[in-house]
Design a protein around this ligand. Structure first.
Ligand code: BES
Ligand code: ZN
Ligand code: ZN
Length: 483
């Protein structure tokens, strides 16, 4: 984490200097500067120099004018990760900061965020592993207190999301998930209402019940609400998250190995909603937000839904279930139907929904689509690009909707092999009557191996994007409403 402390000098010092001004480095003699220059010429940007009682980590800050600002910020976050790795390699737990010459504040923030986000490991079940953490001491002269606090808050929130996603289902059942949400809600200052199995049956949430029917553990439906006294939006922003605590595929069982191994992460969309609401509430952003999280387990138990069954959804639509592994859309549809009563300004759903999204663009961006107007799409894109949580919008023509026609029921839950992430989105569209965007985060939410500052396993995708979007909305929205 970052700590605000003035005039602290630790053994390890991150020295940031302008790339073309080595003279700014006071700690080195001429010969040393020559070697440093050579390394810079060879393309190194981060140069560790272990000198008697000091470890200098030299970082040449280069801010070319012709590069897109957001792309550059992403590069700085990645370089932050490289700096973190040097500290870890040298077992340094404290790092102080020296900046020589001029620097760009937003690039410094990106660098520090990259360092901070890297400081995560999921060690809960490693009985012998030793924790390592890095504290970076930042002089308030270099960066305002509020920036430092925001970086720490975002990091903490991303880590909350990562912890939830990394938890195996042996711990994180739907009921346990609701208990964890309650703790998080309490500490951040938003409310949580949990619908248990009995209430879900009473309400006739047919999608949720169908998906959970093969599991011996009960499902929950979670309603999170953050409504500060003064908020800038007249109608709430609703965030919906897929909360499949484990996806075996159900009776349409996934093959073991590769395709099932990581399916504890099938609740990553909902965990992003939890992490984002934590950050937004802690930062006291003046925005009214409701989170909706259907939490279920998709298993092939005795009572499991069979391929060919017809189910009746929360809104009364009948669905022919052709493949029980296309379960995410069934639970999201019920949550999207619930959202209608909130008369939202905008609904965003986050879901590890399709392998098709991963095959199309891999882990580098999420696939998005929806009915929100151009203005919202522009704002969402800005939040995505500025945080490095990239998105690519897919086409959403009406024709794709025809792929889901069923002769037996109103809809089927499975389209043809082609355009799988789009037909999944089209299924969801059937259940909305408000501006909406769908984020398929199957490729971005969980990675099997280290992926720069995002780490390995859960990446916490979505938390920073949502925080940034809401923060920008608060800045852009002049009118205030009270209720
Ligand atoms: N949870 C999976 C999607 C997924 C795949 C997430 C890979 C993360 C990584 C989803 O429930 C699923 O099984 N989707 C099927 C849908 C198909 C049966 C139409 C898929 O994408 O293969
Ligand atoms: Zn599935
Ligand atoms: Zn799934």
């Amino acid at each position: 984490m970052l700590q605000i402390s003035s005039k602290t000098q630790k053994r390890a010092v991150l020295v940031i200097f302008p790339k073309n001004n080595l003279n700014a480095l006071p700690f080195f003699d001429l010969e040393e500067k020559r070697s440093i220059q050579q390394m810079l010429n060879d393309g190194s940007k981060i140069i560790p120099v272990n000198k008697l009682h000091k470890l200098y980590i030299l970082f040449a800050m280069d801010v070319p004018k012709d590069i897109d600002k957001y792309e550059l910020q992403e590069k700085f976050r990645i370089q932050g990760h490289s700096i973190y790795k040097v500290c870890k390699e040298y077992k340094e737990t404290e790092l102080s900061l020296e900046i020589m010459g001029e620097y760009d504040k937003s690039m410094l923030e990106s660098l520090l965020l990259g360092i901070n986000l890297s400081d995560y490991e999921f060690l809960k079940y490693r009985t012998k592993a030793k924790e390592y953490h890095l504290t970076v001491h930042v002089d308030p002269i270099l960066l305002d207190k509020s920036s430092v606090e925001e970086i720490n808050l975002l990091t903490e929130s991303v880590h909350i999301t990562k912890d939830l996603v990394n938890e195996p289902v042996s711990y994180l059942t739907a009921v346990q998930y609701s208990k964890d949400m309650a703790k998080i809600a309490k500490s951040a200052g938003f409310s949580l209402t949990v619908w248990d199995h009995k209430k879900i049956v009473q309400e006739k949430m047919g999608g949720l019940l169908a998906v959970n029917s093969g599991s011996s553990a009960p499902a929950t439906f979670n309603i999170l609400e953050y409504k500060p006294a003064k908020h800038k939006n007249k109608k709430p922003l609703v965030l919906v998250g897929k909360g499949v605590v484990y996806d075996t595929g159900g009776l349409s069982l996934k093959p073991t190995k590769s395709s099932m191994d990581m399916m504890k992460s099938d609740m990553a969309g909902s965990a992003a909603v939890v992490g984002a609401m934590y950050a937004i509430a802690k930062a006291k952003l003046p925005y009214h937000i409701v989170g909706l999280i259907p939490a279920v387990e998709n298993r092939p138990g005795y009572e499991a839904v069979c391929p060919g069954d017809v189910i009746t959804m929360y809104d009364g639509t009948t669905v022919e279930v052709m493949n029980t592994d296309a379960e995410g859309r069934l639970i999201l549809a019920d949550a999207l139907h619930y959202a209608k009563r909130l008369k939202p300004e905008l609904v965003l759903d986050f879901a590890t929904l399709t392998g098709s999204a991963v095959r199309a663009i891999g882990r580098e961006a999420s696939v998005i689509m929806g009915t929100a107007d151009k203005e919202y799409k522009k704002k969402l894109r800005k939040a995505a690009m500025s945080t490095g949580e990239r998105t690519v919008e897919f086409p959403f023509w009406d024709e794709y909707g025809d792929y889901l026609r069923s002769d037996v029921a109103d809809l089927k839950n499975l389209g043809p092999m082609d355009a799988g992430s789009i037909t999944a989105g089209k299924f969801l569209e059937h259940f909305i009557d408000y501006p909406w965007m769908h984020f398929d985060i199957a490729g971005t939410a969980f990675v099997p191996a280290q992926y720069n500052y995002r780490g390995k396993w859960a990446t916490g995708y979505g938390v920073r994007l949502l925080f940034k979007f809401v923060q920008n909305q608060c800045k852009d929205n002049p009118e205030k409403s009270k209720s």
